[in-house]
Write a protein that binds this ligand. Structure first.
Ligand code: GLV
Length: 330
């Protein structure tokens, strides 16, 4: 057992499950931000001072300013697979380890992509609102006509772990799967997904359903804007389970208002949790509050992996899922 003066000091920057706090308490002295509201940037920087490690979520922005006065910091563990909230270069300059939570959420997030694809294609949210509104009096031939998912063409933008898991779901629906990625998959991986690599324009013009699963970076900012939306079929759907900012929400709202595409299923937004006000008035969009990985099992797995990473880093061991392995041993 560590004596109290050698126990690492950590910040847990947001409320997590109690079992996580119990695990950490056995080893660390915790400064626990037991709330669902994120700290401000200034508060976060202050609370990091004197800490050896921190457990954060995708809402905490970690950059040179936030870690400037945290001289003891060895590791920051993100409870998310996406780490666009980390300035990795700033971490590297200070030799601070950054970690994320890949793999444990792949299938759960792929399920969510498919859920949004199915919900928007078959107009489920719109149909339920209409039914709850007391408008269902007769069966009607032309009521709530959707677009087919089965045997259509699924276009996946970003063919990492989650993209590949979505492709495999598409195969089970008899879909023709095309994808765009910074570079094509190896032949083996392509074969496993039976997916065909195409360029961005070919994907947008041919897909019946466009699914965005790429990481967010300066390169993918507004990857889908007015020009790209104009290339899509008028019967196509767009699903974003990746990050807000990949889609230009203003352009999307305008395209949906004009019925330029069939509809969109969104789990992430520019500037979330604020939403573009136009989205709320549109019938042809299904909106979810960034819950792609939100099943009990997966959220526990994410928390436990993030804790494993944090404790390993604090103990001088290489964490399982480092985002900057290039600094290990330096
Ligand atoms: C969620 O958005 C994540 O990156 O895990």
């Amino acid at each position: 057992m560590n004596s109290s003066n050698t126990r690492p000091k950590i910040l847990v920057a947001r409320r997590i499950f109690p079992e996580g706090i119990e695990r950490l308490e056995a080893i660390c002295d915790i400064d626990y931000v037991d709330q669902i509201e994120p700290l401000t940037k200034v508060e976060l920087a202050q609370r990091l001072i004197g800490k050896d490690g921190a457990l954060v979520t995708g809402s905490e922005r970690i950059d040179a300013d936030t870690i400037k006065d945290a001289k003891a910091l060895k590791i920051i563990s993100n409870i998310a697979v996406g780490f666009n909230n980390f300035d990795v270069e700033a971490l590297n300059q200070r030799g601070i380890i950054g970690t994320n939570t890949p793999d444990v959420l792949t299938d759960t997030t792929a399920d969510m992509g498919f859920a949004l694809l199915m919900a928007i294609s078959r107009r489920l949210s719109e149909a339920e609102r209409w039914l709850r509104d007391g408008q269902w009096h007769h069966w009607e031939m032309g009521r709530m006509l959707g677009v087919d998912i089965h045997h259509s063409t699924l276009g996946i933008m970003g063919m990492g772990r989650i993209g590949q898991a979505i492709a495999k779901r598409g195969l089970a629906f008899g879909m023709n799967v095309i994808y765009y990625n910074r570079k094509p998959l190896s032949k083996d991986l392509e074969q496993a997904c039976q997916a065909t690599y195409v360029d961005k324009e070919t994907l947008l013009k041919n897909a019946d359903h466009v699914m965005l699963v790429m990481p967010y970076s300066a390169d993918s900012h507004h990857f889908i804007g007015a020009k790209e939306l104009a290339m899509m079929k008028s019967t196509a759907t767009l699903v974003n389970i990746a990050r807000g900012g990949i889609v230009d929400d203003n352009a999307l709202v305008e395209a949906l208002q004009r019925n330029q595409i069939f509809g969109a299923g969104l789990d992430v937004y520019e500037g979330e949790p604020k939403l573009h006000p136009g989205l709320l008035d549109l019938p042809n969009v299904v909106l979810a509050p960034h819950i792609g990985s939100a099943t009990e099992k997966t959220r526990y797995s994410m928390m436990n992996l993030a804790i494993d990473n944090l404790l390993a880093g604090l103990a001088g061991q290489k964490p399982k899922t480092m985002i900057n392995p290039e600094i290990w041993g330096k």
